[in-house]
Design a protein around this ligand. Structure first.
Ligand code: FAD
Ligand code: SF4
Length: 479
């Protein structure tokens, strides 16, 4: 190992890998990059072996609860600390945000505007979709300058009824679950155990971008947990990390934090970052399950685990008063326990946006390796949407032959999408980082990932955070 690198990257998840990809493409053979990853590398085969027998029990790979202190155990935060991060256990849903998600304050008078527009990010959305080989339809509710790389997954019969009624607002879910074999990935066959896909159909860093870490310009160190950045004046000089139980330091010209929204904030706070918003506003979407018993309509025919995305409760004037909602049509093997009606059931997941709130915090503990997550509550904005849920779905889904609606008794403990702890803003007073993910105070520190999101849209975040990483590296190397 060298004592100084041109670039130090923390983590090997989506945020870091998409940044690194663009960085290596635009750099010459002389650059030297150090990647520090706190976890291990596990092959797909090893994961399959491990997943066997305990899929529905606690999987130690996916629940690293020992890595942070959770002050509110009713609210869970789930991620994976290993090579590839959340790509190992994600489901692969990759819808885009809507243009209004970037301008919530201007259009609806709630939340904050992003310092960038949908149009600025659009070319990088296309690039991220190419890299993940996303399967998606020709028509989408958001504008697209290029078609999806792979053909769309098939809609189920229930989706077809909704699509007939709602047109482009109910569409085949864009997903990084392959619809035709691509690279090392097989075709998604709706086995619905995506946390470890048996046929390797979903995009992971391991099956599609591992080559980045074999590039001769890159040195990758495992079991190296970064605990701080050496900050001074307007620049950072390097990072502190714990390797095999010992604290080490290494210097770098440019630092890239891709450790997720909890740990990026923690690393900055451990280092003395005094930006008033660092670690504040931890937030994610709020989900609730709804089951519909249908009369004479079988829920069959979809070709992936979530077959349809409904955007018909997502964007619109209601967002002035209450949260927008994405409706996911779950195509898992659910059976209704009534003779002759086995498949006349559909499970929906309603995913609501939430508004970040500064009472929800990440902060350091006595143990330099473990942040505290102190989450108080969801916002009144999302609670208002959930209060009126029964009325709204009765009306919006009346196009289906519904016998019975069963709404989950409580909201789900997590949506798996940790956001907003290092939010972006146009100036230092408006955000921790700028629109190219550079810290407003420390101008050689990139802070990647969904911690950057000033607002949390109903759509899944990973495609957007990956596009932001591509844009950040592209802009940095263009100037
Ligand atoms: C079960 C599940 C299902 C999901 N499904 C979807 C989905 O369908 N669609 C979607 O959009 N999103 C989904 N997500 C969310 C998605 O996984 C995250 O948005 C995404 O992984 C975030 O990417 P990231 O690179 O910012 O962070 P991560 O993927 O969490 O990567 C962080 C990396 O940093 C490393 N690291 C952490 N701390 C340190 C440190 N101190 N020092 C060194 N290395 C460190 C980690 O080991 C890891 O490699 C899902 C998540 C889960 C858990
Ligand atoms: S639905 Fe099945 S085949 Fe498709 S990604 Fe999930 S686990 Fe893999």
């Amino acid at each position: 190992m060298k004592s100084k690198y041109d670039l130090i990257v923390v983590g090997t998840g989506f945020a870091s890998s998409f940044f690194l990809k663009k960085f290596l493409e635009k750099s010459d053979s002389r650059v030297r990059v150090l990647v520090l990853e706190r976890g291990h590398f596990k092959t797909h085969q090893e994961r399959l072996q491990q997943a066997r027998n305990h899929y529905y029990q606690e999987n130690p790979l996916h629940t690293p609860s020992s890595s942070f202190i959770n002050k509110n155990p009713k609210k869970e935060w789930v991620f994976e600390n290993n090579f590839g991060g959340g790509s190992n256990c994600w489901t692969g849903n990759t819808p885009r945000f809507m243009p209004n998600d970037f301008r919530m304050q201007r259009v609806y008078g709630v939340g904050k505007d992003w310092p960038l527009s949908y149009d600025e990010l659009e070319p990088y959305y296309c690039e991220a979709e190419e890299i993940m080989s996303v399967a998606g339809p020709a028509q989408t509710p958001y504008p697209k300058s290029q078609p999806y790389p792979l053909p769309a997954h098939q809609l189920s019969r229930v989706d077809k009824v909704l699509a007939q009624h709602y047109g482009v607002l109910h569409f085949s879910q864009p997903s990084a679950r392959a619809s035709v074999a691509v690279g090392k990935r097989g075709v998604c066959c709706t086995s619905a155990v995506c946390r470890v896909c048996p046929v390797n159909a979903k995009f992971t860093i391991e099956n599609s971008l591992q080559y980045l870490y074999e590039d001769p310009r890159v040195t990758l160190l495992y079991e190296a947990q970064v605990i701080g950045v050496d900050l001074s004046g307007t620049l950072a000089r390097g990072v502190y990390y714990i390797y095999k139980g010992k604290e080490e330091t290494v210097q770098g010209e440019v630092l890239v934090l891709g450790a997720n929204a909890i740990f990026n904030a923690h690393i900055l706070l451990n280092s003395g970052d005094t930006h008033p918003m660092t670690g504040k506003n931890i937030c994610e979407q709020v989900g609730i399950n709804v089951i519909l018993h249908l009369n004479g309509l079988d829920h069959v025919g979809g070709s992936s685990v979530i077959s349809g995305n409904g955007y018909f409760m997502y964007d619109g004037a209601h967002r002035k008063d209450y949260a927008g909602c994405l409706v996911e049509v779950n195509n898992g093997p659910y059976i209704r326990n009534e003779f002759g009606k086995w498949r006349q059931l559909v499970k929906l997941r309603l995913v609501f946006e939430d508004l970040p709130d500064s009472q929800n915090l990440v902060y350091p503990s006595q143990d330099k390796r473990k942040p505290v997550v102190d989450y108080q509550d969801h916002s009144p904005y999302v609670k208002r949407a959930i209060e009126r849920l029964e009325k709204d779905i009765t009306e919006k889904l009346s196009v289906l032959p519904i016998e019975r609606i069963i709404i989950g008794k409580r909201t789900l403990a997590t949506e798996y999408h940790i956001c907003s702890t290092t939010s972006m803003g146009a100036s230092f007073t408006e955000g921790v980082i700028d629109k190219h993910l550079i810290h407003h105070q420390y101008r050689n520190v990139f802070v990647l990932g969904s911690g950057a999101f000033p607002t949390v849209s109903p759509a899944n975040p990973t495609l957007t955070l990956s596009a932001l990483s591509l844009m950040a590296a592209d802009k940095a190397l263009s100037s």
